[in-house]
Every structure is written in structure tokens, then in C-alpha cells.
Ligand binder design. Sequence first.
Ligand code: DUC
Ligand code: ZN
Ligand code: ZN
Length: 479
Amino acid sequence: MAMQSHDMIIRGGTVVTAEGSERADVAIHDGKIVAVGEGLGSAVTEIDASGRLVMPGGVDSHCHIEQLSGAGLMNADTFETATRSALMGGTTTTISFAAQHPGQKLSKVVADYQALAAKGAIGDHAFHIIVSDLSVGNLTEDLPALLSQGHRSIKLFTVYDKVRMGDEDILDVLWCARAHGGLVNIHSENDGLIRWMVRRLVEAGQTGSRFHPVSHPRAAEIEALNRMCIFAEFTGQPVMLFHISCAEGAEIVRAARARGAPILAETCPHYLFMTADQLNLPGNDAAGLMCSPPQRAVPDQEALWQALEQGDLQVVSSDHAPYRLDETGKFAHGVDAPFPKIANGMPGLETRLPLMFDAMVSKGRIGPERFVELTSTNPAEIYGLPGKGRIAPGADADIVLWDPDKIITFGADDLHDNTGYNPYAGRTVTGWPETVLSRGEIVVDHGKLLGQPGRGRRLPMEVSAHMQPRPNPPAELPS
Ligand code: DUC
Ligand code: ZN
Ligand code: ZN
């Protein structure tokens, strides 16, 4: 029998990358893409991709997996259930959080999360380190060591008890990232303003989940985003602003980038496809849709789309934050708990790409190349993962075959995570990730999960071009 030249060839599809679309075959060997084009020889396995779009696997650079929240509540998902859901939705790489609680050594926190992921993850993964306490050698020893070991992404909060950091600590972390190579991501909302709003609402008896968006006004986001832009500019150190929700936020990012500030920013599907009005439900009926920052209004959605179109926002991530609608999750403090006692977040790993594909490819807003760029190529590039987000020789064979014609209406509980509800139930999308490859292995075959827990690999991050500091910190600053 003739020797086959490759392990696999995907034939007859339309290959879509951030650069363009073309009819081409893709050859895979040892888990990597080795050729893209015509006449690539033979392979042990041949996949017919006619009528399909052949796209890089999604990279979800903001998701919470098997994470203990600041309030001590465990996510509903393990690495197994979360990466299962991600893969079923076409996402082959996740960047979730290793969350430090005050007093903990960062090196131990990261090692613990890495062990959980090594055991359960079906897909490849990396971590952002949530830093909340710089004492016990964390700033001087642990953080520099972790950065140099390829844990090059740090997440800070300006809100939330226990994890919130003050301005001085934020500047210390930016300076550490500048010295050792890394990117600082920030959840930016003004803590005092939110507390003030929460106190007044609770005192007035306005405690149902519909008051959650009221308690996180856009002013809180505007203040903190502006402050973080100024810090990035002052230190010359890049900052990724997480989950921009409103028109003013998009404008702050645009203006900061226009004046040369090293700012990156993302938004999430729930800001593009939901509004705060949807939470106007009795009691705690809207608990499953509560998130921070909250959904805003239709003009905000339009502004976010324009910001994506113009490149002001570079990434669309899910902010998957899974809590069940029961006493293990949203209702840990009872079904009638006041909204400040209800965990924020909703599942999104599996719906992110189908929602964005439907809007960008099927409905034609911005187009397929930018869909790939915003959901896969850009996050891989920004976080220093050169093997991901591309269909090109040398890249990992993380590939999704999209059926552009398949129509799906989301159901009440049709996702493959462990959250038990779909916040997009009732919404119809056109286009579905049919078959998914991770490093050349078919992990989802026509909607059937084949990948095994523990096969996922931890991805070390390189220092990306986006992490490079600007050479212009204040001259008078001692280094
Ligand atoms: N907000 C966060 O800050 N984190 C998780 C989910 C959410 O809604
Ligand atoms: Zn956040
Ligand atoms: Zn988050």
C-alpha cells in the first residue's frame, strides 16, 4: 500500500482566516497544519468539507472555570464540563482564571488551578492570574517567577470585596508586568459609586434582581475605565480593559488609543445581544441574566458594534461565569435573597461563536474574516499564543468546520456545561460548528463529543507584541 503523506486532509472547504477566504485543502501532520492549498497529496484520514467554512478554533480569552469567587462560591463548571461546552460551540482554547484570595501565595494558587485543568480539561488552556494580595512575597517573588514561566496574563479588579485592589497596588502590578513581560487585564468599575447605589436601593426595599443593573450605573464604568487608561498611559504599560458594556466605554477606549495610550479592550455577546430591559422581571426571575457590568441599552449595542467594526475593541470573549439557578449557585442565600447576595455571571462558552457567526457571517455584519479575527486570531495574538488562532503551516491544527446553513433555536437547557440553563433560550441562529479538531484530533464529530478529559494542554504564553511596554514612562521615575 502506498504511504500516505499526511495524517489528515480536509478537502473542498472554504478556508477563512483573518486575512481572507479561499477554496483550499488543509493538510495536517502530527497535530499541526503543514500545508494549505491545492494538490496536497494523500492522507490516512480525509474529511470532506464541501459546503463548509473551515475556520480556526475559537479562542475564548475570558472565562471562569472551576473558580472560587471572591464571595467563596464555586463555579458550576469543572474544567471537563466547561471545555466540553466550549468545544461543542467551536472554541478550542480557553483562558480562564487562577484566582488568588487574600493571604494566598500566588505560586500555589496557579499550581492548584493547573492541576485541576490537567486532570479535567478536554481543550487546550492558559490562565490569567487574579492578583488580590501583593504581600507574602507575591509582588517580589511569585509574580515575577510566574510571568517568566509563561503565565503572562494578570487580572485585577477595582471592585468586589476581598479581590479589589487600590490604585497603588494596581500601579505596582503594572510596573512588575513592565519589568518581566506580561499583560494586565482589569475589571474596571468604581467601587464606591456601586456601593452607594446598592445601599440606597436596598434601603428603599428595591432588592429584586431587576435592580442589579441600576446598581451598576454606566458612570461607575466610565470613571474606572478612564482611570485605568491614565494608569496605562502614565506607566507606558499595556492594559486590556475587560467587558466594555456601554457607548461611553467604547468612546473612552477609542480616545485613549487615538492619543497613543497602550490600551486593548474586549466586549462580550451579552452586551451585543441583550439589554437591561430584559431583566425587568418580578422577584429574582432575572437572576440568571445578572452580570457585571450589566447589559445596557440598544444605542450601547450599536456603539459596541461600531467599535468592533473600527477596531477599537479587539476581542469578543464570553465572560462565561456559570452558577446554577439553585442553592449551589445564584440562590446560595435563598431564592428571595437581595440582588447584592446573588452571584454575577451567566454561561457563554458554547453560545459565543454561534451568536457572533450568526450576526457577523449569516447576517453579514462585518463579515467572516473579522469574525475569525475578533473571536480567535486576535485573542491568540494578544495573549502570546502563536500556535493558535490561525490556519497556516506551523499552527496547531485547531480547526472548526462550520455548516453555514444549519438553523438552531436555543432551548432552555441545551448547553453542554453544568449550569442548567441557556440565557439565550428562544433565540434562533444560522450557522453551527459541526466538526471540531484540536491539534489534529477530531474532538467533536457532527455534534458528538469525542475528546477525553485530560487531553487538553496548558499553553505557555510568550511576550506578545501587544504586551511590549511603551518606552516613555515619566523620565523622573526611578526604574
Ligand atoms: N462579572 C464579573 O466581573 N465576573 C464574572 C461574571 C460577571 O458578571
Ligand atoms: Zn469582570
Ligand atoms: Zn469575568
